[in-house]
Design a protein around this ligand. Structure first.
Ligand code: NAD
Length: 264
């Protein structure tokens, strides 16, 4: 489905990014596995992807650091020649009630979750514009997927910085889609609900916590990273060539106001 395309996935040595990098490789893309720490895990992902007969390498870079992001793209262009797909996935949480939230916690989350996506999207776009459409490879000049969250629309007490960053990702994605559409570049977001990864371990780790979480999910199951990876893979393929500036919610119905299921 993606044979001959070159993909970069940020935060690809854990959780959703890992599953997405593997899925893109399985679909035929060559993949850059970005990570900020955990080289061993990143090399494992690279080995898995190479097992599909495509190319892959691990690239350490902090997505919130402009110099490191520019360096990562330079290396990708040197090794793969170009980029067709960016999955801006790297993200983190630094939770606290508002009165206890430090400005460091605020900045860390905004820097990684929002500025990191801006920096990676900017660098990918430069190459998409330089190269343009190559019809044998894809109908579009490039695809960007912003990893968002149901919290781009659901407020989340105790997670002010995170919710603000994902609300920002929505406007980042829509504005990029509007600005870059005329150049044949497709920008979209995927908004996961509750997915079983290290970022939210406490929410599903015990049976009690999981039962509590399931009350928020009409489909009554916690998602797996592969649920998101599958959505990203189809979204960046030419099957979805007319999908521009949209958020694909992959959330088991979490955004359906489940509190109203019994009358509200
Ligand atoms: P995770 O903690 O398993 O993975 C996050 C990845 O981002 C890790 O590889 C981490 O090393 C990387 N990362 C963190 N800071 C970085 C930086 N400065 N530079 C480069 N990489 C960095 O969590 P996950 O659940 O897989 O999260 C991936 C994305 O999905 C995040 O954007 C998160 O907000 C989003 N998301 C997750 C859920 C969920 O339920 N798990 C729900 C909605 C959205």
């Amino acid at each position: 489905m993606l044979r001959g395309q070159k993909a970069l996935v940020t935060g690809a040595n854990s959780g959703i990014g890992l599953a997405t990098a593997v899925a893109l490789g399985r679909a035929g893309a060559d993949v850059v596995v970005n990570y900020v720490f955990g080289q061993e895990a990143a090399e494992d992902v690279v080995r898995q992807i190479r097992g599909f007969g495509v190319r892959a390498f691990a690239c350490e870079a902090d997505v919130s650091d402009e110099r490191q992001v520019v360096g990562m793209f330079a290396r990708m262009l040197e090794e793969f020649g170009t980029i067709d797909i960016l999955v801006a996935n790297a993200g983190l949480q630094r939770d606290a009630p508002v009165t206890e939230m430090t400005v460091e916690q605020w900045h860390k989350v905004i820097d990684v979750n929002l500025t990191g996506q801006f920096l990676c999207a900017r660098e990918a776009t430069k190459e998409f514009l330089r190269r343009g459409v190559v019809p044998e490879v894809s109908r579009s000049a490039g695809k960007i997927v912003c990893m968002s969250s149901v919290h781009q629309i659901i407020p989340w007490s105790g997670h002010l910085n995170y919710a603000a960053s994902k609300g920002g990702v929505l406007m980042l994605m829509q504005t990029l889609a509007q600005e870059l559409g005329p150049h044949g570049i497709r920008v979209n977001a995927v908004a996961p609900g509750a997915i079983r990864t290290p970022i939210n371990r406490s929410a599903w780790e015990t049976p009690e916590a999981e039962a509590e979480l399931l009350r928020l999910i009409p489909y009554r199951r916690v998602g797996d990273p592969d649920d998101i990876a599958a959505a990203v893979t189809v979204l960046v393929s030419d099957l979805m060539d007319y999908v521009v500036g949209t958020t694909l919610f992959v959330d088991g119905g979490m955004t359906l106001f489940p509190g109203f299921a019994t009358g509200g």
